[in-house]
Every structure is written in C-alpha cells, then in structure tokens.
Design a protein around this ligand. Structure first.
Ligand code: SF4
Length: 438
C-alpha cells in the first residue's frame, strides 16, 4: 500500500527517473521549466460533465474562470449544462466566514433547482479568495448535511496546480476513495479508467464480453449510483495517459495496473485489448476472432488518410498529455515524421510501452519554455503543429498548419471504429491549407 501523498510519490518518481535516465536506452528528454501556454484543469469539466449523468461541477472561481468555461465550452453545450461558476471575489480574511455561508446558500439553491444531482464536485481555482477557502472542509460539511441524497467531493482545477487534462485526473482521484469496496472473494474484474465517449465505451464493453471477460466496469461510470467497486481483485486498464494520481489512489485500494499502450489506432487498440486479454487468460484464437473484423475496418479507414499524411513532419507542443501516444500512432501507422513531441508531464511507467515504439531520434520535451519552443518549431518548419488554442492563431498567421489539441478530447478517437476519424483529424488541416494555397 502507498503511504505517501500523490504529490510526494510523483516527485520521488521524477527524481528517481531522472537518475535512471543516464546511460539507459530510452530517448533523452529535454526538460523545460519556463512560461507555458496550457489551459488550466477546469477545462476537463467540459467533457466530464457529459459523462457522469447525475453529477454537477460547481466551480468556485472568478469571472475569468466563468469566461474560460463559456468560451471553451462554446457551441458544445446543447442542453442545460451540468456545471456553473460561483463567483467569489475581493474578500479579505474577515469575509471568509461569509464566503462559506454564501457557498452553502449557492449549493442549497442549486440542489433545490436541480433535484437530479447526486454527486456534486466543488472545483477550486486560482484566485487568492478561493485558495483561502478550505474546500475540502466545505465538501465534508456539505456532504454530512446532504447525505445520503447527495455526495459532495472537491478537487482543484486551478491553473497554478493543474494543466488541461490534469483536471480529469484530479476529479477521478477525488472519486476513487468513495468507490465501493469489492468483496475479497470476488472474481477478478476489469476496470477501464478514463473518460471515453459513450459509443467507444459500448464498443469496448462488447469486445471484452465477447472475449469472455464479463466483470467489466468503467471509471467514470455514467451514474453516481453505479460507481465501480475496487479491491485487490481489480485489474485496471488506463484508457488515457494522464491519470497519474487516479492510478495512485486505485493502487492504494489494492487494484493492479495492466501495462499497455493506449487504444489509439489499429495497433494501439489491439495491444491495449491484448494486454487485458492476457491478464484474463483469453486464448489467442478467441482474441483473434473477436478483434479481426474491427482491425480490418480500422486498416481500411486509415488507408485513405495515410496517403495524405505519409512523410509529413509533425511538431507537438505540450498540452493534452496525449502527445506521445499520438506521435506513436501517427509515425507507425500513418508514416508521419514527428520532429518534436512535447508533453506537459511524462509518466514513464504509464508511457513505457509507448516510448519504446517511438521512432529513434525523435526529440522529446517535457514541460515548456514557450519562446524557446516556438524558435525550435520555426527552425524545424514542420508541415503540421499540434498545439493549444493560444498558439494556433499566431502560428497559422505565420503560414504553419495547426491542429487544436483540445479537439482530441472532445472527439471520440479511441478504438477500431474511430481510427479513421482520428487520422482524418490530422489530415484535415493539411487539406485545408492546400486548398487555401490553390
Ligand atoms: Fe480560473 Fe485559474 Fe483557470 Fe484562470 S487559470 S480560468 S483563474 S482556474
């Protein structure tokens, strides 16, 4: 059992990994700690709120946070959203007792208006007024008041502590301690961890069941009433590469990780499914029978796009933490040439299989010093740049085709049926630029 907090754990691992780097066969990594251009962890709410149907995310923040959520969510909200911002501004310490009362009032009003809410996340942000509020204590107080009808949890989406996809990690990590305990004599179960589009989740669920793996659960689940149990018989399979703290909390509850690359492209999906199949003793014959049709469809769908992408040079700015699995997919299955693969954080254990499959000589960078990275990008003159919204417009103005990394979180991209769409996401900006040039 882990006895240290996740932050300590991560720090120690980073130090140990740095020491291990010297002399090993892994590619060297350029570590940068300068100005960065990455969204904060609040952004994750935009996809997470659609996943857990009876949850609500109440951001305790400023007008800036409310604006970010509005502009990032933009046209993607069709129904009444399951998130809102409680704006807490310009308070001194003497006003903090009022802030707690006000928070209670906001929560009561919200729950009166939305009786369907079963799980409420209080999400912290950066303003100093919010940092002074003890959201952990507030969530315990509210949970005690509202139990058992509503469970209240908290996590931070602050830009000081989190980047972009770390918001999902913080949210799921907050959820893990409240998962039910799996019976000690329960049959081994498979837990797929990381928010996936419903259509993708259904496809994976069907394939695992067809292989004979019946005890399959997903975290997050679609409902707060249906959270997956966890215990020493749980084998978890990460569907996303940015869930370091969630993994730590799962292991703290006895779950074991199934090491695998991530399910992007035909190859990644096959290796991801195979890792689970091997853990559960599925025969090669059954595995091949279940996966062969999907593999064929994925290959056919990707073939068209690989004609457009083969030989094109691609540069990744650090943003979503999907960069390394994407670079692996694009180089091995689409024939693209990654020149730099930047990622905000690199979890070497979770990415070990991915790193082994990257082409040799690719430049890897972790963290960011945005001006230096922009200089490297201009010098490389890639055909396509994957980056956040803040960098895309200036780069486009310089004549460089870009792909917004945020789209890779909003679009279903995992699994066989989505492999063609994933490839097309990268082909589209190149086609658009060719048309503009004509
Ligand atoms: Fe709010 Fe901080 Fe994110 Fe800005 S960076 S939107 S202040 S949480």
């Amino acid at each position: 059992m882990n006895t240290k907090c996740p932050r300590e754990w991560r720090h120690e691992r980073t130090v140990a990994q740095t020491a291990d780097d010297a002399g090993c066969d892994e590619p060297s990594v350029l570590r940068e700690r300068g100005q960065r251009e990455v969204f904060c962890g609040l952004t994750g709410i935009i996809w997470m709120h659609r996943k857990i149907q009876d949850a609500f995310f109440l951001i305790i923040g400023s007008r800036t946070c409310a604006h970010l959520m509005q502009s990032a969510a933009g046209v993607m909200i069709f129904a009444e959203p399951r998130f809102a911002t409680a704006i807490i501004e310009e308070r001194d310490l003497a006003g903090m007792a009022d802030a707690n009362e006000e928070l209670d009032r906001v929560v009561t009003r919200l729950l009166d208006r939305r009786p369907d809410i079963k799980l409420l996340f209080l999400v912290g942000s950066c303003p100093s007024e919010v940092i002074k509020l003890d959201l952990s204590r507030a969530s315990q107080r509210l949970s005690a008041q509202l139990s058992p009808k509503v469970r209240v949890l908290n996590y931070s989406g602050s830009g000081i502590e989190t980047t972009f996809t770390q918001g999902e990690d913080a949210c799921l990590a907050a959820l893990v301690p409240s998962l039910p305990t799996e019976a000690a004599d329960a049959a081994p179960s498979l837990m797929v961890v990381g928010a996936l589009a419903d259509v993708v989740e259904d496809q994976f669920d069907r394939m695992f069941k067809a292989m004979g793996i019946d005890n399959v659960r997903f975290l997050p689940s679609g409902s707060a009433d249906n959270l997956p149990p966890v215990g020493p018989n749980t084998h978890y399979l990460l569907a996303q590469p940015f869930l370091a703290d969630t993994a730590w909390h799962l292991e703290d509850r006895g779950a074991k990780r199934i090491a695998a690359p991530f399910p992007l492209g035909e190859e990644g999906t096959t290796l991801w499914l195979r890792a689970a199949a091997e853990t559960f003793g599925v025969s090669d014959e059954v595995f091949d029978t279940v996966t062969a049709p999907g593999r064929e469809r994925a290959k056919r769908a990707m073939a068209h796009q690989s004609e457009r992408l083969a030989g094109k040079r691609i540069f990744f700015f650090p943003d979503s933490q999907l960069e390394i699995p994407l670079a692996r997919f694009l180089s091995r299955e689409m024939g693209m040439v990654p020149v730099e693969v930047g990622t905000p954080y690199m979890h070497r254990d979770h990415l070990a299989e991915e790193l082994e499959m990257l082409p040799s000589g690719v430049r890897l960078s972790e963290g960011q010093d945005v001006d230096k990275q922009l200089d490297r990008c201009r010098a490389d003159a890639p055909d396509l740049v994957v980056c956040g919204l803040g960098l895309a417009n200036p780069l486009e103005a310089e004549g460089i085709a870009t792909k917004w990394s945020i789209e890779l979180l909003f679009t279903p991209i995992q699994g066989y049926e989505q492999a063609g769409d994933l490839a097309e996401l990268f082909a589209r900006p190149l086609v658009r630029r060719t048309r503009l040039e004509v």
